[in-house]
Design a protein around this ligand. Structure first.
Ligand code: S5P
Length: 306
């Protein structure tokens, strides 16, 4: 099994969560505050670094390093939703270079295989150049908690029990993994069944790096397949018992996004649900994340017959 997949499976069990929050917000500071707020409830935090204003490129103390330290503190994986799609050589530069240096802080990235399988090989080569940071590197990062507190942003400590914390502490820092976009949630997308099968074939050729898919259903079909499925386009219906004057996605947005409930996705066999605006735009993202976590976890337990 891919090392990140086994790490993630452990996190899922310990945190009783199959939730990935997608930080679809446009300020780096708010993104870090969101990571603090939802950290206890999630196993993956998905970013779009290129939509953030105020990104601090400092390799040791900047936004990426701070996010990595928060992830380490709360034990979640960082997934930069970069959707690489270029030729191998350019994708390598996009992965490791520029101000973002995604490779340094994102455990997981994703790619469209539209440019062919060599791009996957190229990203893998770059991933293999990554060096594991020491514990001291994490400790040296100023997490900027006091700055966030001054701005009135609630910053919580991890809420795991002592036993859970010990188990989490024992986990090694995970390496790097890739998800292939095999299916999409948007209406009229061009990823047909043939394309999805081609993704599966490419993933099988690079099992040491490709950990799974962005897809709407599980895709494993061979006995040896152990690919994870992370599914976007996930929303709870409006809940009248809560203050839902906030944005609630419903079944679609105005720009072609299509939503399925967390329960349906978990019962279908998806491993991780990806929720963006349903949580980011909630009045209390932390409470909302916990609500999504619980609903998805109950459905997951039901799927397992527990
Ligand atoms: O097919 C896809 C693939 C992705 S990665 N459909 C998606 O919506 N996504 C991403 O998931 C999208 O880029 C966004 O960041 C998130 C969904 O956000 P939401 O607000 O609609 O939940």
């Amino acid at each position: 099994m891919h090392p990140i997949t086994s790490y993630l499976r452990t996190l899922i069990r310990l945190k009783k969560s199959t939730l990935c929050v997608s930080a679809d917000i446009t300020s780096a500071e708010e993104m870090l505050a969101l990571a603090y707020a939802v950290g206890p409830h999630i196993v993956v935090f998905k970013t779009h670094a290129d939509i953030l204003s105020g990104w601090d490129p400092d390799p040791d103390h900047g936004t990426g390093a701070q996010l990595a330290a928060i992830a380490r503190q709360f034990r979640f994986l960082i997934f930069e939703d970069r959707k690489f799609a270029d030729i191998g050589s350019t994708a390598q530069l996009q992965y490791a270079g520029g101000d973002y240096r995604i490779l340094e802080w994102a455990h997981i990235v994703n790619a469209h295989v539209i440019s062919g399988p060599d791009m996957v090989r190229a990203l893998k080569e770059t991933a293999n150049t990554w060096k594991m940071p020491t514990e001291d590197t994490f400790k040296a990062v100023n997490l900027g908690k006091s700055a966030l507190k001054r701005k009135g942003v609630a910053v919580k400590a991890p809420t795991h029990t002592r036993e859970e914390l010990a188990d989490l502490e024992a986990l090694p820092t995970p390496k790097r993994g890739l998800l292939l976009l095999a299916q999409m949630s948007s209406a009229g997308n061009l990823l047909n069944a043939e394309y999805t099968s081609a993704c599966l074939a490419i993933a099988r050729q690079h099992q040491d790096f490709v950990m799974g898919f962005i897809a709407l259903e599980p895709l494993n079909s061979d006995p040896g397949d152990e690919f994870l499925v992370m599914t976007p386009g996930c929303s709870l219906p409006p809940d009248q018992s809560l203050d839902d004057s906030e944005f609630v996605p419903g079944t679609e947005d105005a720009l072609g996004q299509q939503y399925v409930t967390p329960q349906d996705l978990m019962l279908k066999g998806c491993d991780i649900i990806i929720v963006g605006r349903g949580i980011c735009n909630a009045a209390e993202p932390s409470m909302k994340a916990d609500q999504y976590r619980k609903v998805a976890w109950e459905a997951y337990q039901k799927r397992l017959g527990l």
